[in-house]
Design a binder for this molecule. Structure first.
Ligand code: ADP
Ligand code: MG
Length: 247
């Protein structure tokens, strides 16, 4: 395979904070429609990798190719525009707006070919909002003020606000933290569903959850890859047990 066959191809990625390499010569390749989970101890550099991909942090060295675009040269805004969506650990929804309105404000502007026909555009947007609301288990909550949703529902809403922009790569940092058991189960379904149409990169600590969703798991340790493969091979890897799973 050549680099352009991957949705995301990261090579030799390094970032140094005052001489400390939080990410150190990382190579990571993510396929189209792949759901990749990144695990590893606290401070391994997991969140920093997402910061680098979305342009929040600038790399010291290396390359991040996304659909033949070099992301290290682009601004955060340009990276979103290229088709990369990123969910942070704390949801950034509009608490005082309804679920519907939260999704509507996230709908990409100026995409419709019927831009001048207001009614047509409204129909199109409404249909898309309903479709997304179903996907994130909130179709019965469209009129509810977002502040009244459960913690898990707020997380889903933020995922919906990213999905409505139809990113080709969606990145999520610890999406099930603080969720109930049933919400975790539903989130597993949601992520599997989402990855049918795009690549998904998830950072997660909850190993039961990781086992449910992962195609391939990457274990990060001190800014480098310690192991990579299917869940079984990673779980049985002595180095992984030593630095992460054994604790
Ligand atoms: P993880 O998400 O795996 O727990 P992080 O990526 O948040 O780890 O952090 C990796 C290391 O990089 C930590 O030691 C953290 O303190 C450091 N770090 C992260 N971001 C910065 C920054 N902007 N400036 C300085 N150090 C940072
Ligand atoms: Mg983190």
């Amino acid at each position: 395979m050549s680099i352009s066959d991957y949705t995301l191809a990261i090579e030799d990625l390094t970032v140094s904070f005052d001489g400390f390499k939080a990410v150190d010569g990382l190579n990571l390749y993510i396929d189209k429609n792949e759901l990749r989970v990144v695990i590893g101890p606290n401070g391994a550099g997991k969140t920093t990798v997402l910061d680098l991909i979305c342009g929040k942090t600038k790399s010291t060295d290396g390359s991040i190719m996304f659909k033949n675009k070099e992301l290290t040269k682009l601004s955060e805004h340009e990276i979103v525009h290229a088709g990369v969506g990123r969910k942070f650990q704390t949801p950034s929804i509009y608490e005082n707006l309804s679920v519907f309105d939260n999704l509507e404000v996230s709908y990409p502007k100026g995409r419709s070919v019927f831009g001048s026909l207001v009614f047509k555009r409204t129909e199109e947007i409404d249909a898309r909002i309903l479709e997304i609301a179903k996907e994130i288990f909130l179709e019965d909550f469209l009129d509810m003020e977002a502040a009244l949703l459960s913690h898990g529902q707020k997380q889903w809403l933020e995922i919906g606000m990213l999905l409505i922009q139809d990113p080709e790569l969606l990145m999520l940092d610890e999406p099930v933290a603080g969720m109930s058991v049933s919400e975790r189960q539903q989130t597993a379904e949601l992520l599997k569903n989402i990855s049918k149409g795009r690549s998904v990169l998830v950072i997660e600590h909850d190993m039961d959850f990781v086992e449910k969703i992962a195609d391939k798991v990457t274990v990060l340790h001190q800014g480098r890859i310690l192991a990579e493969g299917n869940m079984k091979s990673v779980q049985n890897d002595p180095a992984v047990i030593e630095v992460y799973l054994g604790h």
